[in-house]
Design a protein around this ligand. Structure first.
Ligand code: COA
Ligand code: AMP
Length: 643
């Protein structure tokens, strides 16, 4: 039996006086200078948290633990079944490495406010690069290693990084991913040119460095370590940006989500005990990638701000070497809580449906499994709960927030779990459900999920250099509220249910992708006249993208050849992470009379779900043509039915 939950009291305390609530949490952070106001509604687009305060995130995540009792405690445990290596880095060693890389970046001209791009695999140096930027008051922008040239180029042109910190390669189970050709491709496409690359050479593949532009990470860092170069943690305003993380929007132009320094630290520190129930010194494992928001918040910042040990895993839930690797890591490193995406658990369940491999390990250290990134399906929750014998906690959040919007705060005492619901809003979030006209809907009724402004600390204050886009994308449709672009409902007990996105974002293996972005790339193929990309249901990855193409009149190539070329193009431009493998040439696309492609109906057809014939449809016969293509080509639920 757990302790009775304090959630109700804590949420009410926040609602009563949000500023007092956050000021109390802010006492957990070391500030160089205090704030003049906890929240100023007149600054920024909708207000700013802790204006006037001076702080440094690297100091709070690293130096203060070295100075105050944790120098010899592991800060990072890197476990890499894919390379067969394990490394433990103490807080003191982390401080020394971060300081040396900060010195290297400083030598290359990086100063407060400059951008540093980080394009790296899951190695500790990726965390070091983020912290080194933070130490200098610079702004990092991490790009996930599974993204390719085009994605790199749009980000480079948007944030103008002075330096890119990268590695010679990443390692996937079926191949070594050479990063330099991808970066060169990105640089060729971009208008802006960073002045330097700092390259970590990995033994699996060494990159050719360019004289004058490229710096060898290890040699440069070791030289500063030997010299004992000191680099102070540069005081920044609490409201200054710590990082920019690009996330998919409705077009191919990703949105640069800005995270500030002060509010981010305050919110994340609070979550470690209240939501995740972790004590400083314990081992916390977020099995994600530093390129995603879960990685930023829960591989890097939150565990380190809390003085916990973060586990960094370079591998996959299956195949490195088997579906027992998560359980091996938990036992070996005494992991107290695991946070991953439901898709990872589905992958394990598929390989080891009876959970037999769990029996090979002692998992008595594990207290909770947290899931996020996509809807947690009931089968996965039940299987994980029964197999691991720990509470399985779904929680809902977005890149934009950086932490849980709705969850079950285990540290405050677990609330009853309702399978299918990420539970209740966290302090800071007044979550409401509105109809399309902006009126509140009755309990249990599906609608647009919104958060009443202001957003709590850590949430994006704006998009990078794009206040107007921030307003129009998030704040305009429902004045006074932040639009989450998720649809769902709140039940009579106040539990939230997240059902679907209201835009064209799809969720593939816990990764957020824009179908609009894929359409832009496909539309660039010289033989394609028009296309529509939809997300179709997939048992393992949740959704998979499928592209329907109309070829230009007069193209005499075999349509199958164009389909293959389009698949290759998306992989080269967006990256393998798009998992774009289904391209279907069709003669017509279903549209409304005003010319809008009926993507929602196409998706229902592919998923074998009932749909209403839209009153505005131009030619209903095209829906039958789509159904026929989907069936004969063996795609989606239609294929399964035929089989
Ligand atoms: N660098 C380069 N390529 C990468 C990559 C990286 N960092 N990460 C993934 N890819 C590639 C994969 O190799 C794969 O390529 P392929 O088409 O040649 O097979 C492709 O991108 C798709 O990757 P993914 O969708 O991850 O599928 P997968 O088959 O490699 O693994 C799962 C499937 C379910 C095991 C895996 O998706 C997983 O563990 N997901 C966890 C989700 C997660 O961490 N989400 C973050 C939010 S919490
Ligand atoms: P990202 O910004 O990549 O974290 O993706 C955020 C989106 O993923 C949300 O808007 C949801 O659509 C989806 N999502 C994340 N967590 C959950 C969850 N626990 N339940 C349902 N959907 C989720």
């Amino acid at each position: 039996m757990g302790k009775p939950s304090e959630y109700g009291r804590v949420y009410a305390a926040w609602k009563d006086n949000p500023e007092d609530f956050w000021a109390e949490q802010a006492a957990q952070i070391d500030w160089f200078e205090p704030w003049t106001r906890v929240f100023d509604p007149d600054q920024g687009v909708y207000g700013r948290w802790f204006p006037g305060a001076k702080c440094n995130t690297c100091f709070n995540a690293v130096d203060r633990h070295v100075e105050r009792g944790r120098p010899g405690q592991p800060a990072i445990i890197h476990d890499s079944p894919i390379t067969g290596t394990k490394t433990v880095i103490t807080y003191r060693e982390l401080r020394d490495e971060v300081q040396a890389l900060a010195a290297v970046l400083r030598d290359l001209g990086v100063a407060k406010g400059d951008r540093v791009m980080v394009y790296m695999p899951m190695v500790p140096e990726a965390v070091v690069a983020m912290l080194a930027a933070a130490r200098l008051g610079a702004v990092h922008s991490v790009v996930f290693g599974g993204f390719a040239g085009n994605e790199l180029a749009t980000r480079i042109d948007d944030c103008h990084p002075k330096v890119i910190v990268t590695a010679s390669c990443g390692i996937e189970p079926n191949r070594t991913v050479e990063y330099m050709p991808l970066i060169e491709h990105g640089l060729e496409e971009a208008d802006f040119e960073p002045s330097h690359l700092v390259v970590l050479q990995r033994p699996q593949h060494e990159a050719q460095l360019k004289d004058g532009r490229d710096v060898d990470y290890r040699a440069a860092v070791d030289a500063h370590k030997q010299k004992g170069t000191l680099v102070e943690c540069v005081p920044v305003d609490a409201t200054d940006p710590l990082y920019i993380l690009y996330t998919s929007g409705t077009t191919g132009q990703p949105k640069g989500v800005v995270r500030d320094n002060g509010g981010h630290m305050v919110a994340l520190k609070w979550t470690m005990s209240a939501i995740y129930d972790i004590e400083p010194g314990e081992v916390f494992w977020a099995a994600s990638d530093v390129g995603w928001v879960v990685g930023h918040s829960y591989i890097v910042y939150a565990p380190l701000l809390h003085g916990a040990t973060t586990l960094m895993f370079e591998g996959k839930p299956v195949g490195t070497p088997d579906a027992g690797v998560f359980w091996r890591v938990i036992e070996e490193h005494r992991v107290a809580a695991l946070f991953t995406a439901p898709t990872a658990i589905r992958a394990i369940k598929k390989e080891d449906p009876r959970g037999g491999l769990v029996g090979d390990y002692d998992l008595s250290c594990l207290r909770t499994l947290f899931l996020a990134g996509e809807r947690a399906d009931p089968d996965t929750i039940k299987w994980a709960g029964a197999t691991l014998n720990v509470p399985v906690i779904d929680h809902w959040w977005q890149t934009e927030t950086g932490w849980t919007i709705a969850g079950n705060p285990v540290g405050l005492g677990k609330l009853p779990v309702k399978i299918g619901s990420p539970t209740v809003p966290m302090p800071g979030y007044d979550v409401q459900v509105l109809d399309d006209e902006g009126h509140p809907v009755a309990g249990g009724t599906l609608g647009n999920i919104v958060v009443k402004l202001p957003l709590p600390p850590s949430c994006l204050p704006t998009l990078w250099n794009a206040d107007e886009r921030f307003r129009s994308a998030y704040l305009e449709e429902f004045p006074g509220y932040y639009k989450t672009a998720d649809a769902g409902y709140i039940d009579d007990d106040g539990y939230l249910f997240i059902m679907a996105r209201t835009d064209d974002i799809i969720n593939v293996a816990g990764h957020r992708l824009s179908t609009g972005g894929m359409e832009e790339v496909i539309g660039g193929h010289p033989d394609v006249a028009e296309c529509a990309v939809i997300g179709i249901a997939d048992e393992l990855k949740g959704q998979l993208p499928a592209g329907f193409l109309i070829l230009n009149a007069g193209v005499d190539k075999d349509p199958a050849t164009v389909e293959k070329e389009v698949v290759r193009l998306v992989r080269e431009e967006i990256g393998p992470v798009a998992a774009f493998k289904i391209a279907l040439a069709v003669t017509r696309l279903p549209k409304t009379r005003s010319g809008k492609i009926l993507r929602g109906v196409m998706q229902k057809i592919a998923d074998g779900e009932p749909y209403k014939m839209p009153a505005t449809i131009d030619d209903p016969a095209i829906l039958d043509e789509i159904a026929e293509v989907v069936k004969t080509r063996g795609v989606g639920a239609q294929a399964q039915k035929v089989a």
